[in-house]
Design a protein around this ligand. Structure first.
Ligand code: AMP
Length: 254
């Protein structure tokens, strides 16, 4: 696996030799990331993973500085999973002095997560468009765990006529039901026990029941979101850790 740090090196990939799959990530790899790498590996000739903790998608009071970073371990994990190229740029490479152009997915990006994390999806959409332009993938891979991110990216692809496919990989969970997340590392054993209320509430696939089960927790939202497909989505805070999760709602029988 090649590690590249500049836009020039990430753009000079042998894209003429078949298809390229891109997996955008912020690192601290777990089985959720591995599922994306495997999906990309299964249907592309070249697999590129980006590793970039994107400052633009963190709010002023969020965990940018504390976000888990271990590039050496991530590189070993990615290589083992069959990633061909790891694009791990510094912040100045992607946001050079004078940077001032942003992608705003207005309505989809301002609800739910967007309401609680103003500017988050502007940062997400902008970095994804930049990565798409740099790597020029045929397909990009995202996790259903971040259902609104998927909806925002798909909307941007349609609205800006981008020529790539968006693939969505099911949420990978631990045995106890908690969706894997790099942020789970912040949880103490006791907090983790409390966090299990989130997947348990969502597993009811019923808004009223989910609300009742989350009663007493610090809930940012629990809502049915009409993404494609519709999901029951929630965000809760357990101690200092903010967790999001969702379940796909089955279609009503015709
Ligand atoms: P992150 O590094 O947290 O930005 O995540 C990179 C990609 O992995 C995003 O598309 C996430 O939706 C996806 N992802 C994160 N956690 C999971 C999970 N538990 N299952 C499936 N995909 C995930």
């Amino acid at each position: 696996m090649k590690i590249v740090r500049t836009i020039a090196d990430a753009s000079g990939l042998p894209t003429c030799d078949g298809t390229v799959g891109l997996v955008p990530t912020m690192g601290a790899f777990h089985e959720g990331h591995l599922a994306l790498f495997r999906a990309a590996r299964a249907e592309n000739d070249v697999v590129v993973a980006s590793l970039f903790v994107n400052p633009a998608q963190f709010g002023a009071n969020e965990d940018l500085a504390a976000y888990p970073r271990d590039e050496e371990r991530d590189a070993a994990v990615a290589a083992e999973a069959g990633v061909d190229v790891l694009f791990a740029p510094g912040a100045d490479e992607l946001y050079p002095p004078g940077f001032q152009t942003w992608v705003e997915v207005e309505e989809l990006g301002s609800r739910l997560e967007g309401e609680h994390r103003p500017g988050h999806f502007r940062g997400v959409a902008t970095i994804c468009l930049k990565l798409f332009n740099i790597v020029r993938p045929d397909r990009a891979y995202f996790g259903q765990k971040d259902a609104q991110q998927v909806a925002v990216v798909k909307r941007m692809v349609r609205d800006l006529d981008l020529d790539l496919g968006i693939r969505v990989v099911p949420t990978v969970r631990d045995a106890d039901g908690l969706a894997l997340s790099s942020r789970n590392a912040y949880l103490s054993p006791k907090e983790r026990e409390r966090a299990l209320a989130l997947p348990r509430a969502l597993a009811t696939k019923d808004l009223a029941q989910a609300r009742a089960r989350l009663n007493g927790l610090d809930v940012d939202y629990v809502e049915v979101a009409d993404f494609e497909p519709s999901v029951l989505a929630a965000a809760v805070r357990v101690g200092k850790t903010r967790l999001i999760d969702n379940v796909i709602l089955d279609k009503e029988p015709a």
